[in-house]
Every structure is written in C-alpha cells, then in structure tokens.
Design a protein around this ligand. Structure first.
Ligand SMILES: [Zn+2]
Length: 93
C-alpha cells in the first residue's frame, strides 16, 4: 500500500480503531499517526511497524504501567498516566 492509500484508509478508519490492521499501518507517516491516532496509540501499538514501536518519542505517549501513581495525582479510577506525564519516567529520560 502506498503512503497515500495508507493515509486515506487510516483517515476513513480514524473513528473505528478496531478495524485497523497491521497492513493499514505499514506506511503510516509518524506525523499522521500523532495527529489522528495518538489517543488510540496503546490499542494499535502492536500493529505498528517496528521502526515506530522503537521511536522514543512515541513510546512517551504509551501508558506507564510501572509507576501508575507518580504524576502527582492519585488514580484510583481510570487509566494510568502516559509516560510523558509520569514523574519517574520523565526523570529517567
Ligand atoms: Zn512511569
């Protein structure tokens, strides 16, 4: 799939992330991913091409499972903070 087809497909599926396949994501530009898919990043992470999974900046937008109470707020409900919002993760970088 060309980059143009990839963008078109992913744009159409942007509200239906469960329909996305790894081949849809094969040529996704990082900027497009950040603009339309950041909120679904954890859901589609394992489908992303390896070079994007290895991207340090994108990894910051995943949820922190190691220090879920370290962004200054208490999370008894709801998802843990993103790594970019986690104090301990931020100090490690
Ligand atoms: Zn953390």
């Amino acid at each position: 799939m060309s980059v143009e087809n990839c963008i078109e497909t992913l744009y159409l599926k942007r509200d239906n992330p469960d329909e996305i396949t790894s081949s849809d994501l094969k040529n996704i530009p990082k900027s497009f991913l950040k603009y339309y898919y950041l909120k679904y990043l954890s859901r589609i992470w394992n489908l992303l091409p390896i070079h994007l999974q290895e991207d340090k900046e994108l990894q910051q937008y995943l949820r922190c499972r190691r220090h879920p109470y370290n962004n200054g707020n208490v999370h008894y409900d709801g998802p843990p903070p993103r790594r970019i919002d986690c104090r301990i993760c931020r100090n490690e970088n």
